[in-house]
Structures are given as C-alpha cells and as structure tokens.
Design a binder for this molecule. Structure first.
Ligand code: SAM
Length: 205
C-alpha cells in the first residue's frame, strides 16, 4: 500500500490523532508562516491534507490547495465551509507531477508534507517550477536532526510512521530543498532542529 492509500485510510481519524500536538505546538507555527504571506498573493499549498492551515490564511489571498489523498481532501472540504469568505480551491493532484504551467504562483507553501512525498526532490522541483521567478517558498517540515541521540529516537519513530502513513521521520529535507535549486534565505529552528521553517526564494529558472 502506498502513502496515498495510507492517508486515505487514516483521513477520518487524522485530526483526532494529531489534535493534542496541533493545539499545543503546531498551531502557533502555522500562524507564524501565514504572517509571511503578503496581501493579494496567489498561493499554492502542497499537501493541504485536512486543511489545518485554512483557519490561518488571511482573507486577501487566493489559495489553491492540492493533495493526492481524496480522503484527506474530503475533510478539508468540510473545514472550508466554516471559512466561506476565503478564496480557496481544492484539487486532487500529485505534487510530483502538477498540472500547472510554469511560474503560476507568487508563493508556494507546505507544512509537514515532504516527509511523505514518495520522491521528495521531484516534488520540490515541481514546486520550484510552478513558482514565479523571484517568488517565495515556505516549507514548515520535520526532518532528521544533526544530533545523534535525537536521531536514535527519530529512527525508532520511523518504524511506526513509515508502515502506518508512508511518512519518514529521518529525511534530510534541507538537502532536498537545496537539490531542487531553491535558495534558502532563512532557516528557523522551531522544535530543536527537528521542526524547521525554511523561507526560500526562486533565484534560478
Ligand atoms: C502529514 S500530512 C500534512 C497535512 C497538512 N499539510 C498539515 O499540515 O496538516 C501529509 C499530507 O501530504 C500529502 N501528500 C503526500 N505526498 C503527496 C504527493 N505526492 N502529492 C500530494 N500530496 C501528498 C498526504 O496525502 C497528506 O495529506
């Protein structure tokens, strides 16, 4: 079973499963990310999942959210109804081969997605392709640490998350972002060096 099927299966309990961490930790990082999106921007959210970022989007932006799991998108659609004034479109699409022309978006974002995309560099290269030249990509992601002890626990966690959701806890997402030709302007460590936010720029075509 691939990651898409795993997320479809898990979609109904995903929010409940993650609820505690979301309330205590992740919600404030989502707010921090949204502060970096300028008014009027055309935004692509990759792997929107159940739409946990939807409440935090400012009203003046136009968002297209994609995900390859129809189950996760179903939950996001329900959440969208609570925020009716927001300009949001949800599409079922694989981040590794997107149906958008080059340079379609001012901003591309992802939150906790490139730990799961089966070929993360391919997905990040697609993100780079659809972003306008000079545009900003913001990745809020968890990844492998530079600390051996932390990695020991991350490898243990990987034994659970990989079979359950297809999610890796030990990806080197920073290296993957650089491989996809993004220039990292700012790297913010949020939970040790495991949860980080990268603010990147497309400086190469
Ligand atoms: C851990 S969830 C995060 C969801 C959401 N971004 C959030 O912050 O709660 C990862 C999401 O990435 C999606 N995903 C993984 N690989 C994908 C791909 N290749 N294309 C599109 N979506 C993908 C999964 O279906 C899932 O909804």
């Amino acid at each position: 079973m691939g990651a898409r099927e795993k997320y479809n299966r898990f979609s109904r309990i995903y929010d409940f499963f993650e609820g505690g961490m979301e309330k205590r930790i992740f919600s404030k990082y989502r707010k921090l990310l949204m502060e970096k999106i300028p008014y009027g921007a055309r935004v692509l959210e990759i792997g929107i999942g159940t739409g946990k970022n939807i409440p935090y989007y400012p009203y003046g932006v136009k968002v297209i959210g994609i995900d390859f799991s129809s189950g996760m998108l179903e939950v996001a659609k329900k959440r969208m109804r609570t925020f009716q004034g927001k300009k949001l479109t949800l599409l079922e699409m694989d981040a590794q081969s997107m149906n958008f022309v080059d340079e379609s978006f001012d901003i591309v974002i992802s939150t906790f997605v490139f730990c799961t995309v089966p070929d993360p560099v391919k997905g990040l290269m697609e993100a780079q392709r659809v972003l306008k030249y000079g545009g900003k990509a913001i990745f809020l992601e968890h990844m492998k640490s530079d600390n051996y002890l932390i990695n020991f626990f991350l490898y243990l966690a990987n034994f659970v998350t990989k079979p359950l959701l297809g999610t890796s806890t030990v990806r080197d997402t920073k290296a993957n972002i650089l491989r996809a030709n993004f220039e990292i302007e700012e790297e913010i460590h949020l939970v040790s060096d495991v949860v980080r936010m990268f603010i990147c720029r497309k400086t190469r075509k």
